[in-house]
Design a protein around this ligand. Structure first.
Ligand code: FEO
Length: 171
């Protein structure tokens, strides 16, 4: 059985992961409005990843005999100055999420909740990948900033990204 304090904190993370999905959906819509369909695809895949994170927390709370309590999701921004500004915002957001996961780990340790601590390790590792993939796009966008046609080719590359459900990654 999960403690009330841990349950509340995990419910907070359900909301944070839903907000992440909401943010990336909004970014997808921004790119669609600019006819940048590869960038939009990257965001769609990112949203699917976030929804899989939501469901991992959701199922874990349930499995531990807790109650999932959904709260209002904050509205995300809808406009950015450039593709680079979008991905800088992604990178910044993922660093914030890493901080939230680390806080949950700290709480699990303080509560001596070994099951939750073990469950959270998947997210600790996932955040390394989340930050790295966002930063990689930021760096690539900086490189092609002044290259004519660079954005067009990069859009095609990002259009190749596909969603891999976590269960299929051999976790
Ligand atoms: Fe759910 Fe992007 O971390």
């Amino acid at each position: 059985m999960i403690s009330k304090k841990m349950q509340d904190a995990l419910n907070g993370q359900v909301n944070a992961e839903l907000y992440s999905a909401y943010l990336y959906l909004s970014m997808e819509s921004y790119f669609k409005s600019k006819n940048m369909n590869g960038f939009a695809n990257w965001m769609r895949v990112q949203t699917q990843e976030e929804m899989s994170h939501v469901m991992k927390f959701y199922d874990f709370i349930d499995e531990r005999g807790g109650r999932i309590l959904l709260k209002a999701i904050e509205g995300p921004p809808t406009e950015w100055d450039s593709p680079l500004a979008v991905f800088e915002a992604v990178y910044e957001h993922e660093q914030k999420v890493t901080g939230l996961i680390n806080d949950l780990v700290d709480l699990a340790i303080a509560e001596k909740d070994h099951a939750t601590h073990s469950f959270l390790q998947w997210f600790v590792n996932e955040q390394v990948e989340e930050e790295s993939s966002a930063d990689q796009v930021v760096q690539q966008l900086k490189m092609i900033e002044n290259a004519p046609g660079g954005i067009f080719l990069f859009d095609r590359e990002l259009g190749q990204r596909v969603f891999t459900p976590p269960a299929a990654e051999g976790e």
